[in-house]
Design a protein around this ligand. Sequence first.
Ligand SMILES: C[S@@+](CC[C@H](N)C(=O)[O-])C[C@H]1O[C@@H](n2cnc3c(N)ncnc32)[C@H](O)[C@@H]1O
Length: 235
Amino acid sequence: MVSLPCSPLARDRIVKSDLVSFDAVMTSSFFDRKRTLFDRWAPNYDVLFTTVFYQAIHQRLLEFLELPPSPRILDLGCGTGRLLDRLATTYPDLQGTGVDLSSEMLQQARRRNRFPDRIDFQSGNVEHLPFDGEQFDAVFCTVSFLHYPHPDRAISEVDRVLKAGGRFYLVDYLPFEFLNTESAASVSTAGLKFYTRSQRESLAKPVSWTCEAHHHLLIRIVLTVFCKASNEMMG
Ligand SMILES: C[S@@+](CC[C@H](N)C(=O)[O-])C[C@H]1O[C@@H](n2cnc3c(N)ncnc32)[C@H](O)[C@@H]1O
């Protein structure tokens, strides 16, 4: 039997540090499973029906963009890089970076990159983005946010890397009726999280973003546009 030190404070500290390590182990195995799932999906990702659907979503998304001249943009959970390809085609002066957990998705994206002088791809987890602060005019996230176990961490990282006045374009499914929409986020049995329009607005409160609009794109897919305060507003 393990004997714990008698001081209640010391015991509390041990329990707390155990919980932190437990959370870290659970989280890392969660991400390993996600990575494996997407690594397997990557070689066929662009030929499956779902992706044809996602590309229709990218096309619709273009209708709602407001980008400054020569924008620097980031695509979170970029998959095979199709959205960045579309953006680089539409905006000839755009510089973009895609980040993804899955090395196989990134391999597909790099192999097909038609704009290597303007678009690059990096391995990374949305919870610890491999970038300095205030780098990007806009951050995109299409059909990836539902996979994030800690949405607050993702939002805080997006806030860190966005320039003042920058926008976050969040595109994802609305909750499905068979899921409980009363909770903070509806969670499917596969652990996917879906957010209503008002839950998306709540996500942005800790970072004080303005929610500019929600746009229905296709079927249950909604774009939510957030804006980080500009320097004048902050000053
Ligand atoms: C359904 S795919 C969407 C890909 C692309 N955005 C699109 O619109 O086709 C979801 C992507 O998110 C990535 N992803 C999931 N969780 C992630 C995380 N925590 N950090 C970075 N990428 C993640 C997956 O590896 C996968 O490539």
